[in-house]
Ligand binder design. Structure first.
Ligand code: PXL
Length: 278
């Protein structure tokens, strides 16, 4: 992948350090021109107490795309995250046909669930729609919950390599080319990712020390850093490892502040990210 402009499609949560407010600064810091297509506008992300606003922007997608078509606007990659409605899946499939360069990449973070459950607001069968988007992806970045929901697999918190191998095999059947499965842990002190090539069926792992804190928004930080590294020409494995190291740094930067439960202070670690890309 070379440095040209990309499009990211996800929501704007005005407060909460996730989705576009994370993707835009991180990918831009990696030196990549980052165009945006907001899927919805929320006052905060949905892990805040009930009361957040939600404006679905599905109706804007087609007119925006039609205008881009009249300007012949194309992207080197389309990176999707949190979607505002199931209808957006078909609209995004159309976007990839119209606006992706011939050798462009589709990168899908099926951001919709964690800890064994769907995020609030999604219909129970939403993972079926997300799976249709994963089918056309060059790289998908699900966590274990999202992987289970899209493949009708039983979600487990304790598992072995066979369980992960089965999950990766089922994800490959969705049609994607590579999988970066996040949140993989075979021993209490380590947390990492499984990188799977659906063609060669080869799995590689990358682990860091597990930190004593779980944080919101780290999936978006991870996927954004992955996209930034990948668009700088790094391999899927190297991008996955770099994004993991960066995400650990952002959690460490947030750990001493209990009030900052809603996201991670990724801004502090942007110099580290840029340094890793040199
Ligand atoms: O970080 C994923 C995410 C993105 N967007 C919205 C969310 C969440 C997770 O809760 O609620 C609106």
């Amino acid at each position: 992948m070379s440095k040209e402009k990309i499009l990211t499609v996800q929501d704007i949560s005005c407060v909460g350090q996730c989705s576009l407010t994370v993707a835009l600064p991180i990918i831009s810091a990696c030196g990549i021109e980052t165009c945006v297509l907001p899927t919805a506008v929320l006052s905060t992300h949905t892990a805040f107490r009930p009361g957040w606003t939600f404006r679905d922007l599905t109706c804007d997608i087609e007119p925006i795309s039609e205008h881009w078509q009249s300007e012949n606007i194309k992207f080197k990659a389309i990176y999707t995250g949190y979607l505002g409605s199931r209808e957006q899946v078909d609209l995004i499939l159309k976007l990839t046909e119209r606006h992706l360069e011939k050798d462009g990449a589709v990168i899908v973070d099926p951001a919709m669930a964690d800890g064994g459950v769907l995020y609030k607001g999604f219909p129970q069968d939403f993972p079926k729609d997300m799976a249709r988007l994963c089918a056309v992806a060059d790289v998908i970045l699900p966590n274990i919950t999202e992987a289970c929901l899209m493949t009708d697999s039983k979600f487990r918190t304790e598992y072995d390599e066979d369980y992960i191998a089965a999950l990766l095999g089922k994800l490959a059947k969705l049609g994607c080319k590579r999988v970066v499965l996040t949140g993989v842990s075979f021993e209490p002190s380590k947390l990492g990712v499984a990188v799977y090539d659906c063609n060669t069926r080869k799995t590689e792992y990358y682990f860091n020390e597990k930190l004593p804190r779980m944080s919101h928004g780290t999936g978006d930080v991870y996927a954004s850093a992955f996209v930034g590294a990948y668009m700088n020409g790094k391999s899927v494995y190297d991008s996955a490892a770099l994004a993991a190291d960066f995400t650990v740094k952002t959690i460490e930067a947030t750990m001493d502040d209990a009030d900052h439960w809603y996201g991670v202070k990724f801004e502090k670690e942007i110099p580290y990210l840029i340094g890793r890309l040199k």
